[in-house]
Design a protein around this ligand. Sequence first.
Ligand code: NAD
Length: 498
Amino acid sequence: MKTVGHWIGGKYVDGESGRTGPVTNPATGERTAEVALASAADVDLAVAAAAEAARVWGRSSLSARTRVLFAYRELLDRRRDEIARLITAEHGKVHADALGEVARGIEVVEFACGIPQLLKSAGSYEVSTGVDVRELRQPLGVVAGITPFNFPAMVPLWMFPMAIACGNAFILKPSEKDPSAALRVAELMAEAGLPPGVLNVLNGDRVAVQRLLQHPDVDAISFVGSTPVAQAIYQAGTTPGKRVQALGGAKNHMLVLPDADLDLAADSAVSAAYGSAGERCMAVSVLVAVGGIGDELVDKIAERARGLRIGPGDQDTSEMGPLITAAHRDKVAAYTPSAREQGAEVVLDGTAEPVGPDAAHFLGVSLLDEVTPEMDAYRDEIFGPVLSVVRTDTYADAMTLINSSPWGNGAAIFTADGAAARRFEREVEAGMVGINVPIPVPVAYHSFGGWKGSLFGDHHIYGSDSVHFYTRGKVVTSRWTAPRGSGLDLAFPSGSTS
Ligand code: NAD
């Protein structure tokens, strides 16, 4: 059986812990690999490699960094299909969805290629006679990124291209459930010319994370995962003074007003609720139907959802793949009977018939109507193919419901009324808002992040916020009393290569 090891200092390393975890193909239930689970000593090795590399990389020229990033972008572009297949094999999502994930990751690399422009600083000339002020942004040093299972390539790509473009060394700790895609995208950075140690992949579980949080040479942590872990990491990391951004879970609401195009709303709800088997932090998990449109909208959603083709992600006919583990499938499945017991109307019951072979992690789609805020299906982040419909009489009732949520990642409104949409974007307590768009994941040049329990920390991820997160500001006030010669050089000036 293959063991997925670590990538430290530009080399494959098995690690010294002797501990491993299973990697499974969710579409068959078959164990396909073991993943090494790092010990504290393995973490120390990765941090030492990163700290050494950061000293040199942090002083590299912008042209040296962009040369690597442009080459990396080309390599990723050529390997889209291969990376998508790795994602499907360990995560289970369908190939087209995996390709979409890779594409959104490549967008961040393209943004990072513009780092010379992004790091340009402000300054003031002659603030006093002969005195100038300039602002600098300098790298932090060593940054660790801890990522979730649901976007095994994209979320790492949300982090390390920008961290490295800003001059940091990076240690990626991917999800232990599907580590191979992350390892592959990291290897390609080496192929693009990144010096050893600037990017390291450390596989592992909470043991590795605990040591990264304690290690004095780790300057910053970027975390994406569930809310309880995000909150704990934010507290543990910031107490000793590390910079931490910790993106957490979600329960995203889609509000539909009576004037909306109900066919568009139904298409959007089905795509956003059941795409990737509901394992997206920007999935729509609650639809709020306002003012008497509930019956028609639920019928339209049920009609579309009934026809979804569930199957292995590597088959072209499949529209929805399996869930990540058998345990997660069973946890998700339990919400449908519990919703029924608590008074919801189960319009579609994804648990009624088994899908696929016993050992595989497939689950059918569930549609729950007449859900109320007290029900478990409403309160919990289910992270599976379950859509809850809540009916309200008014827009005001819908907004009270949405803004009472402990999460605030994404929220969407479907309407034909511009004024209503404008009011919604102002009033809704969420970091990312869709107007007739169900999954409003910002493009790479706008930052991604939620409010409330969906983000702990001040900075959103990627986009211009990431330049601030991965650098420290410095303001230089200078006075020169006499010019200093620098010698003659008649060559055409160009960026340094070191
Ligand atoms: P998770 O919190 O279980 O794991 C995320 C990472 O943390 C993994 O690398 C894991 O090894 C590590 N980890 C898990 N438990 C830990 C612990 N007790 N101590 C230290 N480290 C620990 O999340 P997941 O199940 O992999 O991913 C799904 C979750 O991630 C969902 O809640 C989803 O909403 C969220 N998510 C959020 C975003 C976002 O941008 N806000 C994006 C993707 C996923």
